[in-house]
Ligand binder design. Structure first.
Ligand code: PMP
Length: 360
C-alpha cells in the first residue's frame, strides 16, 4: 500500500495514524464484539466516546463552559440557515462581510430570513484583500455579524478578528478551525463542516454561546433549533456516530502532536515555504494580498494555462493528488490542512520546480 500526498480541499486527507486506529478498531471496538458504527448512540460505550471527543475539542480550543458544543449533520451549508433562524432573536437585521463565494452563499441564505447589511466587501478589489476593521460599516443593532475567516475557494484569509462590540460575532471556520490558536471568547458562534480539519464528511461542529439560545424564528423545524440539540447533548435524534468517533480520534491525534499551538507552528512553516516558492518564480503566481494569504488553501496559476492539464497529470504520476483548483476559478489549489505533512509540501515544491525547468 502506498498512501499518496493528498491536497484535496475537502473531504480532505486524514492523519494516517487515525485511519490505522479506525481500521484496527473497525470490526471489534475495544473487545465489545461489534464496530462503533453498529452501536446504539445511547449505549454507555458510544456516550463515552462522544463525551471524550467533546472534552478533547474543548481542551484543544480552550472552549469555556459558557459555550455549548454541538455535533450536527447537514454540513456548514445548513448553518447558513440555522444561524439566522436561531440568532435573530426578534431582530430583523444582520451584518455580513462578503469576501467571496462562501460568504456570498451565507448571505443569500440569510436574506430569506432578515435584512442583510453588507458591512464590508472585498468585491471591489477582486477578493484579494479583506476589508480592514476601519472599513467595516457596523450596525450596533444588528442581531449578529457574520464573516468567513478563510475563503476556501479564493484562498483569502483574515489577518484579524473583526471587533463587533456587543453584537455577537459569527464565524464560518470550516476550512481553518484547529489550524492555529483562536480566542473563542471573542465569538458568539463558530461553525465548521468536519471534512477538512476535523474528520469525515457528515459531521458539522457548532460552538455557540449558551445565552444566545432559546428564541427561534417562528416555524423553525425542530432539527434546526440549536437549543433542542444543546438540551439533548446533540442526541435528539441519531447523530453521525462514525464521524463523531473519528473526530474524537483526530482530536486525540492533535493533542499528541502538541495541540493547536504545535499545529500553528507547522502550518506557519508549510504555508511560508509554499508561498515563497510561488513568489520566487515567474512561472507560478498567487494574487492575494500577502497579509491575507490563506494558510490552508493555496491557489496558484501557471503562466500558461495550456499547461494546466499536463501539470495535473504529472503531479498525479508523482503521487501528488487533488491539486486542481475549484471548478469556478480554475488553476491549481493546494489545500494543506493539519493532516497534510510538511513532507507533502516539500514534495510539491520540488515537483513545481522541476516542472518549471522543463516548461518555462
Ligand atoms: N463554508 C466554507 C468556508 C467551506 O469551505 C465549505 C465547504 N467547502 C462550506 C461552507 C460548505 O460546507 P458543507 O459542504 O459542509 O455544507
Amino acid at each position: 500500500m502506498t498512501r499518496k500526498f493528498n491536497f484535496s480541499a475537502g473531504p480532505a486527507g486524514l492523519p494516517e495514524e487515525v485511519l490505522a486506529q479506525a481500521q484496527q478498531e473497525l470490526l471489534d471496538w475495544h473487545g465489545k464484539g461489534l464496530s462503533i458504527m453498529e452501536m446504539s448512540h445511547r449505549s454507555d460505550e458510544f456516550v463515552s466516546v462522544a463525551e471524550q471527543a467533546e472534552q478533547d475539542l474543548r481542551d484543544l480550543m480552550g472552549i469555556s463552559s459558557a459555550y455549548k458544543v454541538l455535533f450536527l449533520q447537514g454540513g456548514a451549508t445548513s448553518q447558513f440557515s440555522m444561524i439566522p433562524m436561531n440568532l435573530l432573536r426578534g431582530k430583523t437585521n444582520a451584518d455580513y462581510i462578503n469576501t467571496g463565494i462562501w460568504s456570498k452563499k451565507a448571505i443569500k441564505e440569510a436574506a430569506r430570513y432578515c435584512d442583510v447589511s453588507i458591512a464590508g466587501s472585498s468585491e471591489g478589489n477582486g477578493n484579494i484583500a479583506v476589508p480592514t476593521q476601519a472599513e467595516l460599516k457596523l450596525n450596533p443593532d444588528a442581531a449578529y455579524l457574520h464573516y468567513t475567516p478563510n475563503e476556501t475557494i479564493g484562498g483569502l484569509e483574515y489577518d484579524y478578528i473583526p471587533e463587533s462590540g456587543d453584537v455577537p460575532l459569527v464565524a464560518d471556520l470550516s476550512s481553518t478551525i484547529l489550524s492555529r490558536q483562536l480566542d473563542v471568547d471573542k465569538f458568539g458562534l463558530i461553525y465548521a463542516g468536519a471534512q477538512k480539519n476535523i474528520g469525515p464528511a457528515g459531521l458539522t461542529v457548532v460552538i455557540v454561546r449558551e445565552d444566545l439560545l432559546g428564541s427561534v424564528v417562528a416555524g423553525t423545524p425542530t432539527m434546526f433549533d440549536y437549543k433542542v440539540h444543546a438540551d439533548a447533548d446533540s442526541m435528539c435524534n441519531t447523530p453521525p456516530t462514525f464521524g463523531w468517533y473519528l473526530a474524537g480520534l483526530v482530536f486525540k491525534w492533535l493533542k499528541a502532536q502538541g495541540g493547536v499551538a504545535a499545529m500553528e507552528k507547522a502550518n506557519q512553516r508549510k504555508q511560508a515555504k509554499l508561498y515563497a516558492a510561488i513568489d520566487a518564480s515567474d512561472f507560478y503566481a498567487n494574487p492575494m494580498a500577502v497579509a491575507n494569504r490563506s494558510w490552508m488553501n493555496v491557489p496558484f496559476t501557471l503562466a500558461d494555462d495550456a499547461l494546466d492539464a499536463l501539470f495535473l497529470q504529472q503531479a498525479e504520476e508523482a503521487g501528488l493528488l487533488n491539486l486542481q483548483g475549484h471548478r469556478s476559478v480554475g488553476g491549481m489549489r493546494a489545500s494543506i490542512y493539519n493532516a497534510v505533512p510538511e513532507a507533502a509540501v516539500d514534495a510539491l515544491i520540488s515537483f513545481m520546480q522541476q516542472f518549471e525547468k522543463q516548461h518555462a
